[in-house]
Design a protein around this ligand. Structure first.
Ligand code: AMP
Length: 180
């Protein structure tokens, strides 16, 4: 039997997108591979197996793909953290700076099943950590706790895990790439 393909090789690198100097790590090729999404989800599920997670929260939009699949694999509910203006009921909102630009994310105020619910936060990629920190703050404001955030990809040189650690959230990433 041949060795399984390295998950890193399923991620397409697009230089200078969306602007010069950024190497865009495209997960559509990872998620499009017959084993890519499944093995990524399983690696995260294995890593958090010892935690009593109540639900999975995914960040708009690629975090929905990973988070939805993970919630199903773990038998948990899924909560969306969306870009501004998309959620229909009352929301909390956080503004944050991106690696390129700035944005706002929202969560339904009643998204937690109970005060202190344990939430696994999920996104496709962590760069500076601005998005994930804003998402974790939203979960805190809604009454949840976030012991860990999980990503398919970490860009460690950008310091995202450090920023999450500063608000008490540990980071797990299935793979890492050098650079921006
Ligand atoms: P950050 O807030 O800096 O951690 O950026 C994380 C968000 O921006 C994630 O939702 C990623 O999808 C996206 N992102 C940032 N940098 C990249 C990159 N180099 N390649 C692909 N996506 C990126």
């Amino acid at each position: 039997m041949s060795a399984p393909m390295d998950l890193r090789d399923m991620v397409r690198a697009i230089p200078d997108y969306p602007k010069a100097g950024i190497i865009f790590r495209d997960v559509t090729t990872l998620f499009g591979h017959p084993e890519g999404l499944s093995r990524t989800v399983q690696a995260i599920a294995d890593h958090v197996a010892g935690l009593n997670v109540d639900l999975v929260a995914g960040i708009d939009a690629r975090g929905f793909i990973l988070g939805g699949a993970l919630a199903m694999r773990m038998g948990k509910g899924f909560v969306p953290i969306r870009k501004r203006g998309k959620l229909p009921a009352d929301v909390y909102r956080e503004e944050y700076a991106l690696e390129y630009g700035s944005d706002e994310v929202e969560i339904h105020k009643d998204a937690m099943p109970r005060e202190g619910a344990t939430v696994l936060l999920v996104d496709d990629l962590i760069a500076t950590g601005g998005t994930a920190v804003a998402a974790a703050r939203l979960i805190h404001r809604a009454g949840g706790t976030v012991p860990i955030a999980a990503f398919a990809i970490d860009l460690p040189e950008l310091g995202g895990a450090q920023r999450l650690a500063e608000i008490g959230v540990s980071t797990f990433a299935v793979m890492a790439f050098e650079g921006h």
